[in-house]
Design a protein around this ligand. Structure first.
Ligand code: ZN
Length: 264
């Protein structure tokens, strides 16, 4: 049996990619041993970092893609998304998304509600299988949001993000910051249950469905074309009578709270 000579390459991870490394490997050069050349994607993920978190890989200072075969003695630098710097001319890993549409794994139902509340397209079902999530993310160019690293390591997943926070409102703030979405918030436009865009509806045409105080204090209403639920902007007056449903989200650093009401 042929014996392979042990080879080594050095890896250095930058920024929040260190979240995925054990403490003793963070922010230092890591000597990674291997016997056969493998793709840089495989090596990065073998160290615990999902490829979806990586935005730029440099091999001895030159950008390379995920298929780059790591050789003995290579020096690899691995970067997360650059927020303050436009490095798009050197990015080789995936095209930049113009608009962000999301798909969430089955453990992130409350986050899905918050994202819809803020107006973002957030596809969610509590019975999605991992393969369905990966396929839909790939086919519809949706960013897969999950706390499952293994899911993000699937080759099919091009756009994804590992949610660090465990509490739903913090998760929403994290997503807004990570994808720079604060200026795209458009509350009161998407059904919290169906994820479809709401249509404006005249108060007169739905007045029979409204509670007395809602009738008195609110004039603008929207309706979901899928489930027929009715929404109005609870920000304008904080009603104590929140009938069947109310949701709130802290966003933009927890500065502002938005509330929406709904009746079936
Ligand atoms: Zn609906």
């Amino acid at each position: 049996m042929r014996a392979f000579r042990r080879q080594h390459a050095s890896f250095r991870y930058y920024g929040e990619l260190n979240d995925f490394l054990p403490p003793f490997r963070r922010f230092v050069s890591i000597s990674h041993g291997f016997e056969l050349p493998a793709s840089v994607k495989d090596m990065i993920e073998s160290m615990g970092v999902p490829h979806t978190e990586v935005d730029l890989i440099l091999h001895d200072g030159t950008p390379v893609d995920f298929a780059h075969l790591v050789q003995n003695g290579d020096r690899i630098s691995v970067f997360p998304t650059f927020r303050a710097l436009d490095v798009s001319p050197v990015l080789q890993l995936r095209p930049r998304l113009q608009d962000h549409h999301f798909i969430l794994d089955s453990h992130l139902g409350r986050l899905a509600t918050y994202l819809r509340l803020l107006g973002f397209d957030a596809l969610y079902r509590n019975d999605f299988e991992d393969a369905e999530l990966a396929r839909a993310s790939h086919c519809e160019q949706r960013v897969l949001l999950t706390r499952d690293r293994g899911l993000l390591k699937r080759n099919e997943v091009i756009y994804g993000y590992f949610i660090r926070a465990t509490e739903a409102r913090r998760q929403a703030v994290e997503v807004l910051r990570r994808f720079g979405l604060s200026s795209s918030i458009a509350p009161f436009c998407r059904c919290l249950r169906c994820n479809v865009l709401l249509n404006p509806v005249a108060k007169e045409s739905v007045i029979e469905r409204l509670q007395p105080k809602t009738r008195r204090y609110y004039d603008e209403f929207r309706i979901c074309p899928a489930c027929n639920r009715l929404f109005w902007d609870g920000c304008k007056r904080r009603s104590k009578n929140r009938s069947q449903y109310a949701a709130g989200a802290a966003f933009c650093g927890g500065v502002k709270v938005v509330r929406r009401n709904l009746v079936s």
